[in-house]
Design a protein around this ligand. Structure first.
Ligand SMILES: *Cc1c(COP(=O)(O)O)cnc(C)c1O
Ligand SMILES: [Zn+2]
Length: 398
């Protein structure tokens, strides 16, 4: 069977086509994100959904719908299909019949960044890239460092100097060159750009500035359909930084519909941010299709500390088309919810996962989610990567 049904790369804005066989970052004419396009009619007749789903190897089972061509290029650290765990006590507390947590904390490096970086590192290696660089709020740097180590590639990680210790330690452990920068991921990106001027062969693996991290993250959508027997949830609550996962799942749903796997129904996509850094929420509420840079961004949910997402328009577009919304919650509330779920249901959520539950509470209070709706919340990392945030927090549930 064909290893992959990739056809070409297509610009998300001007639709210009680019070859998928060459190294590309962003669109060569307008500078926006490139999306991988597949020959879905051919895939539809060649693939058997149940056979694909029964394969081992975590998200790699979807290889025909992923960009990596050769088996040799696949860089794997033992990824699994992440569990969809019911949280019945939390559901009861929020007045919901059904609430599930997709627990991404069990992936290699303890966060869902491994999905995107496994894919992007594998494909970069396949295309002959030898050195990778990334600005990161934390977990992306760790995942890049791990997969680069596995692939035998060099990695350079630029992170804020107040990134959780676990992220800094793991990057060093995997042999990355680490540069700590005062400020946020935006300042880290600026420092990286400066350094790249004298290292032009470094490949920039920033989210949505290359086409393949999105393909890794879209597998969350494929897994959800698999785990829910093709009945997608009514609502997906997603803690949003760069938006890769939200945009990726939205793309996966479209692909699956064209493959004949699911119908036209879509979950309402809820984008959650911290009130200390909520550019997407502000743009959503103002009815804008782009966001503005968030000054003095600050939150313990480090994965959400992205003052401006490069693909903000794609996030806002997916949220609006889905009939969803965007919600900001305070750091106190997100930590409180993370601890509350841990105490009640035995699942310790990371601050970003706590934010998703806190947002759900807000939406229930506003009657924007009915009690009989099926809701999936994403826990995007292991809480244990954030011990400082919980250690120093004064918030105690109940
Ligand atoms: C990166 C990150 C996010 C945000 O993910 P995006 O797909 O870039 O929006 C959320 N939670 C955690 C733990 C992260 O590391
Ligand atoms: Zn373009």
């Amino acid at each position: 069977m064909t290893a992959t049904f990739v056809k070409h790369l297509e610009c998300s804005i001007c639709a210009k086509e680019h070859s998928a066989r060459e190294v590309h970052t962003v669109c060569s004419s307008c500078g926006k994100s490139l999306l991988v396009r597949y020959d879905l009619p051919a895939a539809r007749s060649a693939l058997r959904k149940d056979e694909l789903r029964s394969r081992p190897g975590g998200f790699w089972k979807y290889r025909p719908l992923l960009p990596v061509e050769s088996d040799d290029a696949v860089t794997s650290l033992g990824e699994c299909v992440t569990p969809l765990v019911a949280v019945p006590e939390t559901a009861k507390r929020l007045g919901l019949a059904e609430l599930w947590v997709k627990d991404e904390g069990v992936l290699p490096t303890g966060s869902f960044k491994s999905r995107g970086l496994a894919m992007a590192v594998s494909r970069a290696r396949e295309l002959g890239v030898t050195e990778l660089c990334i600005p990161s709020a934390g977990n992306a740097g760790g995942a890049l460092a791990a997969y680069a180590s596995r692939a035998g590639l060099k990695s350079h990680v630029f992170m804020p100097d107040d990134t959780p210790a676990a992220n800094i330690v793991e990057c060093h452990a995997y042999g990355a060159e680490v540069e700590l920068v005062r400020g946020t991921i935006s300042d880290a990106a600026a420092a990286m750009a400066q350094k790249r001027a004298s290292h032009p062969h470094w490949f920039d693996i920033s989210t949505l500035k290359e086409p393949y991290r999105l393909e890794g993250k879209k597998t969350m959508g494929y897994e959800l359909a698999e785990q829910l027997q093709d009945e997608l949830p009514d609502v997906i609550v997603y803690p949003t930084g760069g938006g890769t996962g939200l945009i990726g799942m939205w793309k996966a749903f479209e692909e699956m519909e064209r493959l004949g796997w699911i119908g036209p129904q879509r979950p309402r996509m809820i984008s959650v941010q911290s009130s200390g850094c909520a550019p997407i929420v502000r743009a959503f509420e103002a009815g804008q299709d782009r966001s503005e840079f968030w000054e003095n961004a600050a939150t313990v949910a480090s994965g959400l500390r992205v003052p401006r997402a490069f693909a903000d328009h794609l996030i806002l577009d997916a949220v609006r088309k889905s009939g969803g919304s965007a919600v900001a919650v305070s750091d106190d509330d997100l930590l409180r919810e993370a601890l509350h779920v841990a105490a009640d249901d035995g699942l310790f959520l990371c601050p970003e996962g706590g934010a998703a539950v806190a947002a759900l509470k807000v939406l229930r209070a506003r009657s924007q989610i009915r009690s009989d709706e099926r809701v999936v919340v994403f826990n995007t990392a292991s809480a244990l990567k954030y011990v400082e945030a919980f250690q120093h927090c004064s918030v105690i549930p109940r």
